[in-house]
Design a protein around this ligand. Structure first.
Ligand code: NAI
Length: 394
């Protein structure tokens, strides 16, 4: 496919004026693009307009933009109530509801009305880019570009080509996204891409430790923050994300990997969701957020804390290594994704080098022999590296 170069003069189309679509539209407009935002719901467009007014007023207040600059950026964003409004776009970002059938229904008419060189990207976080691309007439122009919420602020973007995406398209899109101030990593079209896959054990292994009664949630959070230098503990983070959303992502990844035991969800998190204890948004989750509520205090036991950290970290490193083994992403991109996407204190593979690959394998093997559960199987890549005395970084 021949395609035009993407630069500041390229008009960007955004479909879906919800949380992600408005953020992406704002980001593109702030980087000089004319943006057309389309949504099937007129109400969503009206709300987006209000959101932009508030957001830009705040940016002016904070001194990030002058009021003239804010006006210019706002003027670059226009609204369309039919898909036809996007016909001059050079790149269209789809950020509509996370439903394969609805997305598959959108792409063919979209592909028919834009120019033959227009690139179509989906912001899906859990659906197959391949299945979406191949539902359109010219699948080679479709790829995934996964932004994080809030899109204007989060540093990371995952670029997700499928096997039919030409290399020059990947390069052009990554170049554009880096120009928007983002760190772009490249990932194969596999469930959870990099971040939502590699981060799973942070929650699920913490939940296993909790389920077994080895430690309570406050102690696990303390260990991961105090000894592991993670910015938030797993339980605090699940409460912040929302236990419903976090549980759903785990369940989707588990099912998408044909029930791979490493991703097995936790029954106690499911119960919490059933009880409506969704986290901060409901004032109640693992913690009680009501004013003057009494929450459990961590048991600050160094040996226990160290055992918790070693176990969760070994599982995170194992998942990072599996992603490299299965060519989901490069060593550098896996580390960059976790440090800039979810603010991990260190790249997991760099951390593995520092701890010694053999010691990580030993921790996993110990767990595997204790539990006789495939979930703890050390990645063949780690075993091979330990045997050969290799490291991820020279
Ligand atoms: P949202 O629910 O806030 O917004 C979706 C918008 O799409 C709504 O305004 C709706 O009216 C519109 N819409 C639905 N069907 C449409 C159609 N056929 N044509 C045109 N517009 C349509 O959803 P959100 O959270 O912004 O998510 C959008 C996409 O981004 C999803 O694929 C989601 O998985 C993905 N995503 C979401 C993240 C998040 O944290 N919310 C993070 C990264 C990706």
């Amino acid at each position: 496919m021949m395609h035009s170069v993407l630069d500041r003069t390229s008009m960007i189309g955004v479909i879906g004026a919800g949380t992600m679509g408005t953020g992406i539209a704002q980001l593109a407009a702030q980087h000089g693009h004319k943006v057309v935002l389309y949504d099937a719901s007129n109400e969503a467009l009206v709300n987006a307009r209000t959101t932009f007014s508030k957001v830009f007023a705040r940016l002016v207040e904070k001194g990030a933009l002058t009021s003239q600059e804010a006006e210019e950026v706002k003027r670059r964003i226009t609204f369309a109530d039919t898909l036809r409004g996007l016909s001059h776009a050079k790149l269209v970002v789809e950020a509509i509801v996370e439903d394969m059938a609805v997305k598959q229904g959108l792409f063919p008419p979209l592909a028919n009305l834009v120019s033959a060189t227009c690139i179509l990207v989906t912001n899906t976080s859990s659906l197959s880019v391949t299945a979406l691309a191949t539902a359109t007439q010219h699948p080679s122009r479709v790829l995934g570009v996964h932004f994080f919420n809030p899109a204007p602020l989060m540093a990371l973007v995952e670029i997700v080509p499928w096997t039919g995406t030409p290399e020059e398209t990947v390069i052009a899109v990554a170049h554009l996204i880096r120009g928007w101030g983002k760190k772009a990593v490249r990932t194969k079209d596999t469930p959870g891409f990099i971040v939502n896959r590699v981060a799973r054990p942070f929650y699920t292994e913490a939940l296993r430790i909790y389920d077994e009664g080895l430690a309570d949630h406050a102690t696990i959070d303390w260990a991961m923050k105090e000894l592991g230098n993670f910015r938030m503990g797993p339980f605090e983070l699940m409460d912040m994300i929302g236990n419903d959303i976090n549980f759903k992502v785990t369940e989707t990844v588990f099912q998408s990997f044909f029930y791979e035991p490493r991703f097995r969800p936790s029954l106690s998190q499911k119960k919490l969701v059933e009880a409506g204890m969704l986290g901060k948004k409901r004032n109640r989750g693992w913690y009680n957020y009501a004013l003057h509520a009494e929450n459990a205090q961590p048991q600050k036991n160094a040996a226990l804390g160290d055992a918790i950290l070693r176990r969760v970290r070994a599982m995170l490193i194992n998942e990072a290594a599996e992603a490299v083994l299965q060519k989901v992403a490069s060593v550098e991109d896996v580390d960059l994704a976790m440090t800039s996407g979810v603010n991990y204190p260190k790249g997991l593979l760099k951390w593995c080098d520092e701890l010694g690959v053999a010691s990580v394998v030993e921790e996993l093997s110990r767990l595997q022999s204790e539990y006789q559960d495939e979930r703890y199987r050390p990645s063949p890549l780690l075993k091979r590296m330990a045997r050969e005395g290799k490291q991820f970084y020279a």
